[in-house]
Design a protein around this ligand. Structure first.
Ligand SMILES: Cc1cc2nc3c(=O)[nH]c(=O)nc-3n(C[C@H](O)[C@H](O)[C@H](O)COP(=O)(O)OP(=O)(O)OC[C@H]3O[C@@H](n4cnc5c(N)ncnc54)[C@H](O)[C@@H]3O)c2cc1C
Ligand SMILES: Cc1cc2nc3c(=O)[nH]c(=O)nc-3n(C[C@H](O)[C@H](O)[C@H](O)COP(=O)(O)O)c2cc1C
Length: 644
């Protein structure tokens, strides 16, 4: 048992006792109906999340006014028609015995949805840094209307049964747009000095306080630092927080970043340590006497306990960790820390899936999240003898899920070590956490009693001889070897040999292929002191800088002076050089010590025709179906098991 004395101690805000110091911070899901009403998928999600026992559950962004919607799939609180659904939502958020607070939100100019329709508003007509379009500047009447709408929405939250409200003043949405000198160019009482720019936030707080009364907890979420060139700093925020508390804030929730902050700092990638943002919470705590919530890559309840013990913050929020394993607190309480599925901060299933792919929330390594309605909880009606071929993310997930549902699982892996491509993916800088996750999954599979038959390559002959009821083909991809002159020379190796450390890196290296694997390999090499030229026939890398992972990769390679040659095709390889063609012109890169191939993978074809021929029920999942990412591998692996 872990004592977690500080984390599990209650705290009282106004007259509301919060049973422990663990906060589920607001996380938009995109699960509601397209008119902002609550539906069963959202309720099932919230119920499951709340069941983990966080003391304070803050619901996702909830629109106070239609002019502030960032998506049609944003929960609404701008009309009484939403109250019946919000009642059920509040009930679900109370499922684990914690208190529930609704987050009140207006997106201002950071709404691609309203910008497209020409309907977005903001403090000034300054274009969004992300969407590059400008909103209409708010009139004084608009300002008054939005302030009033925060108050009315707060009243609806209370009618629905929430215990309090959180005003979203962070992350570049309307309130931050007023606070920021970058987006607020107003000449009136709402612009100019920082105190003037904070006036809108102060008036929102005052209005909400008037509407909800003295005893209702009001939280204010604020980005303690804008984290953008010429943005406001934590020292600036220190000058206004006392006024914000005076205006009605009972708790300060110290987040970070704005739309356009580089590298997705708000939901930070693994380059940032767990709890990296606590020092800003501490800075704000220095100037106010109300409780402060710390947030930012927390995944360890023991570490969070220390944060509270040493007085740096009063409560700690676990965002993506909650999505990744809603039971993390239960497990920590029981001393089962090793069973906690630790968030890898990849953002693939959660925030980036929502923002970049306009899809609802998931988790790349927890197939239950966002799918609570379809996630099977009871054993399968008919159990099957299933073979799972391949112990990468897809096969391991399929094995775990199939076993959980009562099927009889045999899991094969042709290599000596299970883990698939994750054994290589975890080798680049800051990706050890991916290796920790795959090891966790291997351990969980073994703990569930599944034997992984390593060193066993499933063959057509084995399929002829045995007759499993079903086969899940999770055999992954096969490296592409381009038919190029010189490919067999000793100077040539591939990314897997480098990352797997079976071939030692040399000094002067050409990496062929600037996709994810090529870029990861290049950072691995530059981190070891090699000089790398990355060559790709495409005009630019397919790895986008819009993801936090891609941003970090590009930044590191630029910082390491990696040379990029795009629009350049490899022609042939010589003993210590390569010949390439750029825009029709042939060039030779000489004095090379090594040529590393990273030109991609194709789905592995083995077994597929035999399974068809023998009419064995089967499903192909993950990279074996189409070479993609962890998200698809785990999702398809799980679904295959659910649908056996
Ligand atoms: C260097 C590198 C970095 C990457 N970085 C990322 C990243 O940051 N984010 C991300 O989302 N994705 C990343 N990927 C991609 C990701 O690793 C894959 O999408 C994922 O591993 C696919 O999972 P899978 O289970 O389908 O296949 P794999 O992981 O390839 O696993 C397939 C397994 O099947 C085994 N096998 C094959 N044939 C047989 C057989 N006949 N019998 C028994 N076993 C067999 C193989 O040995 C292998 O272990 C990266 C990949 C690489 C190589
Ligand atoms: C899927 C997702 C949705 C989010 N939606 C919101 C939101 O609705 N309101 C908000 O204030 N922050 C939102 N955030 C930010 C989180 O509340 C949190 O501050 C951030 O993820 C950092 O915490 P973590 O490192 O523990 O994940 C969201 C984050 C994620 C991952």
């Amino acid at each position: 048992m872990n004592e977690l004395k500080h984390l599990l101690s209650p705290i009282t805000i106004k007259k509301t006792e919060i049973p422990n110091r663990v906060v589920m911070p607001p996380m938009g899901t995109g699960l509601c109906n397209p008119d902002g009403t609550v539906n069963d998928a959202l309720l099932a999600y919230m119920n499951r999340q709340a069941s983990g026992g966080a003391g304070l559950i803050i619901s996702e962004i909830t629109a106070v006014h239609p002019s502030g919607l960032v998506s049609p799939f944003e929960v609404g609180a701008y009309d009484d028609k939403f109250i019946p659904g919000l009642k059920k939502f509040a009930e679900a958020a109370h499922a684990g015995g914690g208190k529930a607070v609704m987050q009140l939100h207006h997106g201002g100019r950071e709404s691609a949805y309203l910008l497209k329709k020409g309907e977005a508003i903001g403090p000034s007509a300054v274009p969004s840094l992300v969407y590059r379009q400008e909103p209409r500047e708010m009139t004084l009447e608009d300002i008054q209307e939005i302030i009033t709408s925060f108050g009315s929405a707060a009243v609806r939250a209370m009618e629905a049964g929430f215990d309090g409200v959180e005003i979203h003043g962070a992350h570049g949405y309307l309130l931050t747009q007023f606070l920021s000198a970058i987006s607020n160019k107003r000449q009136d009482q709402y612009g100019g000095s920082f105190a003037n720019r904070a006036r809108f936030v102060v008036e929102v707080l005052r209005e909400v306080r008037v509407q909800v009364g003295e005893d209702t907890p009001i939280l204010l979420r604020i980005s303690a630092e804008e984290f953008i060139k010429n943005g406001y700093t934590v020292e600036d925020v220190q000058t206004i927080v006392p006024d914000l508390v005076e205006a009605g804030a009972d708790v300060i929730h110290a987040s970070i970043g704005t739309h356009g902050s580089p590298g997705g700092i708000t939901s930070a990638p693994p380059e940032y340590d767990t709890g990296f943002n606590v020092w800003r919470a501490k800075k704000l705590k220095e100037v106010v006497s109300v409780p402060v919530i710390a947030v930012g890559r927390f995944n360890d309840p023991l570490g969070a306990d220390d944060v509270i013990a040493c007085g740096d913050a009063d409560l700690v929020a676990f965002g993506r960790q909650q999505l990744c394993d809603p039971d993390y607190l239960i497990k920590a309480r029981q001393g089962r820390n090793r069973d906690i599925r630790i968030c890898i901060a990849c953002n693939q299933g959660c925030i980036e899936r929502e923002m970049l792919e306009a899809k609802s929330v998931r988790c790349a390594i927890n197939p239950e999240t966002g799918q609570e309605l379809v996630y099977p909880r009871k054993p399968a009606a008919e159990t099957r003898n299933v073979w799972i071929v391949g112990a990468g993310p897809a096969g391991l997930t399929a094995a775990y899920e199939a076993n959980r549902l009562g099927h009889q699982v045999t899991l094969f892996e042709k290599e000596q070590m299970p883990g698939g491509n994750l054994l290589y993916a975890c080798k680049a800088p800051f990706k050890q956490i991916y290796g920790d996750w795959i090891q966790w999954l291997i351990d969980q599979v073994k703990k569930a009693g599944i034997e992984i038959q390593t060193g066993t390559c499933v063959t057509d002959q084995m399929l002829d001889e045995a007759a499993p009821d079903a086969v899940i083909v999770a055999t992954g991809g096969e490296k592409i070897v381009p038919p190029i002159q010189g490919i067999d020379l000793p100077i040539v190796c591939d990314a897997w040999q480098i990352l797997g450390e079976t071939v030692a890196p040399q000094k002067n290296i050409a990496v062929i292929g600037a996709g994810l694997i090529g870029m990861e390999t290049a950072t691995f090499l530059t981190a070891r002191g090699s000089a790398v030229t990355l060559i790709d026939q495409l005009p630019k890398s397919p790895v986008t800088k819009f993801t936090s992972h891609g941003y970090g990769l590009h930044k590191r390679l630029r910082g390491d002076d990696c040379r990029f040659m795009f629009g350049t095709a490899l022609q042939r390889i010589q003993e210590d050089s390569v010949t390439v063609i750029t825009q029709g012109e042939e060039n030779t890169l000489s004095s090379l010590d090594q040529v590393v191939l990273a030109v991609g993978m194709n789905p592995r074809d083995d077994l597929k025709s035999k399974l068809k021929e023998n009419e064995i029920r089967h499903v192909i999942v993950g990279d074996a179906l189409q070479v993609r990412r962890i998200m698809e591998a785990t999702e398809e692996g799980a679904r295959a098991a659910w649908e056996l």
